[in-house]
Design a protein around this ligand. Sequence first.
Ligand SMILES: Nc1ncnc2c1ncn2[C@@H]1O[C@H](COP(=O)(O)OP(=O)(O)OP(=O)(O)O)[C@@H](O)[C@H]1O
Length: 222
Amino acid sequence: MDVLEITNLNKSYGKKILLKNINLQCKVGEIIGAFGRNGTGKSTLLKLIFGTVKADSIHIKINSKTIFPNDIISSKKIAYLPQDTFLPKEQKVREIIPLFFPNGEDQDKIFYSPQVSSFEKTKVGKLSLGQLRYLELLIIGNLSHTFLMLDEPFSMIEPIYKDVIKDLLLKLKKSKGIILTDHYYNDVFEITNKNFIIRDAKKIEIVDKADLIKYEYLKSNQ
Ligand SMILES: Nc1ncnc2c1ncn2[C@@H]1O[C@H](COP(=O)(O)OP(=O)(O)OP(=O)(O)O)[C@@H](O)[C@H]1O
């Protein structure tokens, strides 16, 4: 079973300590949810693990083997879904899929995924937010990368596509380990095995909504 281990992660911006001595482990078969108020460093955490933001210190191991931050992208072990879309707006969905998957069999996995036939002829710029996020997740999730860092997969998504996305993530976790962050906490709790909150730069393990209240992410009447 593949394991991603992050230890001794520290990140400051100027005098502000954003993340202090964070340790985190993610195994294939797990979906881990990261919570925290705006600006606590959740997106930064995912980018540090993906290697696109430089840490003050970080040690990343996959199956006990160290991977240096500069080698993460080329190792093709960790994939990252950014908050903002990364697909060109003017191209149709069916033109985009072969750009990521030259092999016909791999393309078919996407073309025959639920819902895709209903929007494959549509230009990316004309997709609903739910269709777009789902398409991005299908692309990222069908790459060979074992670990997925997902920044806000549910944000602003209509309920029907949230369910399609949840089904996809539950299917993907059979062969991947996933760390995701989103403020839509009910959707996150529905699919995660483990959760944590970032508070005062530290990572605190949590289990449920009561903990989100305890750590002042939610008010008790929400
Ligand atoms: N390049 C940078 N220089 C200085 N400060 C930065 C930089 N990038 C991010 N920050 C700050 O770091 C903090 C954490 O940002 P980050 O986007 O990781 O938060 P977040 O927890 O994902 O927030 P949200 O829930 O709003 O998405 C913010 O205060 C942000 O302003």
